[in-house]
Design a protein. Structure first.
Length: 190
């Protein structure tokens, strides 16, 4: 089992890469500083560089991925990392208890394709998915935000929430924009 510092780093990386295979260094810095608010932008830049240098992240700066299997890592509610653990990480060591489906070769990572579970959202059987396009247009019209931007935000929420359906992400966006939810909920319920 890894010590607390290594466990924090693993959790941070797992959260940042949830639903994402590869990410750029700039996007990772943005997630650490602006999205998660764990670090200042300067600290985030330093942390990403250190995580690359210490072997926690592999690949080029435009296609970083974790050096370990991150999909099974869980994070307790309310947890947050100590910034010093990210800006001054220890060197990456493969944990003996880790699954053996990770092969590191020449600074690249090869993952076995995971089994798809029954938890994935099946849009073909969910009648609310048929309302997604109409709901997105309604939100765009009511908020004066472009339809493309609404779709981009919904996709971002879907990546962050993993198993959330598109219609649920759109409903969350509507709520964030202070739209009246009674009609939206009624339309999605019926």
């Amino acid at each position: 089992m890894a010590d607390e510092t290594d466990e924090d780093i693993r959790r941070v990386i797992a959260l940042c890469f949830r639903g994402i295979e590869k990410i750029t260094d700039l996007d990772l810095e943005r997630i650490l500083s602006f999205d998660m608010e764990w670090l200042s932008p300067e600290e985030a830049e330093q942390a990403v560089s250190e995580l690359i240098d210490k072997g926690w992240l592999v690949g080029g700066r435009n296609s970083l991925s974790p050096a370990f299997e991150h999909r099974s890592i869980t994070t307790p509610i309310g947890w947050f990392p100590r910034p010093s653990r990210l800006t001054s990480p220890s060197s990456f060591k493969l944990d003996d208890s880790e699954p053996k489906n990770v092969a590191v070769k020449e600074k690249s990572v090869v993952f076995e394709q995971p089994q798809i579970t029954s938890l994935s959202v099946n849009s073909a059987t969910d009648p609310r998915e048929k309302l997604s396009t109409r709901l997105a247009k309604y939100i765009a019209r009511q908020t004066q935000i472009s339809l493309d931007e609404i779709q981009r935000r919904a996709e971002k929420k879907q990546r962050a929430l993993n198993y959330a359906a598109n219609w649920m992400c759109l409903a969350l966006i509507a709520r964030e924009q202070n739209l009246e939810m009674k009609e939206i909920v009624k339309a999605l319920s019926g």
